[in-house]
Ligand binder design. Structure first.
Ligand SMILES: NC(=O)c1ccc[n+]([C@@H]2O[C@H](COP(=O)([O-])OP(=O)(O)OC[C@H]3O[C@@H](n4cnc5c(N)ncnc54)[C@H](OP(=O)(O)O)[C@@H]3O)[C@@H](O)[C@H]2O)c1
Length: 291
């Protein structure tokens, strides 16, 4: 693709940013669909965030992804936010709609689509979600609307309770928030269809860690881990070994990116091309199955 005066610019901002997979995934999509656009990564220090948002406006950058540490702080510089971003208090996608900057949070819809595309329909099912951090809250917001029942466990129990209360009030569904202790986990896991790890436990360099003892896993359970470094976490290895269905964190990564693409272009994202591009890069980096 030749870059010209008409080429549209998209970007991701964060710090650190060098290892972001978003440029790989979105440029692969642009190339595949012959879209005259480029996607670049910008390292933005915390104190420079407001300037970066002003730069998006003045340079006419069409769309932006936002990653750590700016997901929460960026909200106040935007003109509008969608309901998910408002509830979660964090934005990972910005659309520049003719000068109006609109913030979205695609983590929840990305997780939901990862489940659905892997043949797990949330309707009528009971979910156990570990983690009430940024990603956990986004997933809980989306899941509550679809699932039968949601149990949220978090190390800081208060965060889980506050989140569950807010979701119950908003959607009038069965949502429970409790502490992430062994005994509580052991009781709840017996009664659910799907377990999702939305904590950072198991992520490199602590890839031998898991919050769920293997003896608590069973073949009828679906287990999704949103950690994608390594691709196959200890939790997913254990789940696979007992015969449970597993869904990798790379699936959510692809579908949250696809949701950003669809917000910017209002057309279906080429998810297979996006998936292939990041799997290739992760495996080249040695982040594959058992690093
Ligand atoms: N696949 C994807 O597309 C995708 C998207 C977003 C994030 N992620 C991954 O998801 C993970 C969480 O991201 P985030 O943005 O939600 O981070 P975050 O806001 O910092 O939240 C971290 C979560 O992990 C919990 N936690 C951390 N260490 C723990 C421990 N030792 N024991 C129990 N719980 C622990 C925290 O509990 P406390 O509240 O008690 O501290 C909190 O619930 C990261 O690994 C990130 O890379 C993946």
């Amino acid at each position: 693709m030749e870059v010209s005066g008409k080429t549209k610019v998209f970007c991701v901002i964060g710090n650190p940013i060098e290892h972001s997979l978003s440029p790989i995934m979105h440029n692969a999509a642009f190339r595949h669909l012959n879209i005259d656009a480029v996607y670049v990564a910008f390292k933005v220090e915390e104190e420079a965030l407001e300037d970066a948002v002003m730069g998006m406006r003045s340079l006419g950058i069409c769309g932006m992804n936002v990653t750590m540490p700016h997901k929460t702080a960026i909200v106040k510089y935007l003109d509008e936010t969608d309901p998910a971003a408002k509830f979660v208090g964090a934005v990972n996608t910005v659309l520049n709609a003719d000068g109006k900057l609109v913030g979205f949070n695609t983590d929840g819809v990305g997780a939901l689509r990862a489940l659905e595309e892997n043949h797990v329909k949330p309707r009528g099912k009971k979910f156990l979600l570990l983690g009430a951090g940024g990603a956990g809250r986004a997933i809980a917001f989306q899941l509550t609307q679809e699932a039968d029942e949601l149990i949220i466990l978090n190390r800081d129990a208060n965060k889980a309770r506050v989140l569950a209360d807010a979701l119950r009030k908003r959607f009038n569904k069965k949502v429970i928030g409790e502490s992430l202790s062994y005994n509580v986990l052991k009781e709840w896991i017996k009664n659910v269809d799907v377990l999702i790890n939305a904590t950072s436990v198991g992520m490199h360099p602590n890839q031998n860690e898991t919050l769920v003892e293997k003896s608590l896993l069973r073949p009828e359970l679906t287990v999704m881990d949103i950690v994608y470094d390594p691709i196959e976490t200890k939790l997913l290895k254990d789940a696979k070994s007992v015969g449970a269905k597993v869904i990798y964190g790379t699936e959510m990564l692809v579908f949250q990116g696809a949701a950003s693409f669809e917000i910017w272009f209002d057309r279906p994202a080429p998810v297979n091309v996006m998936r292939e591009s990041i799997m290739e890069r992760l495996q080249a980096r040695g982040l594959g199955f058992g690093r």
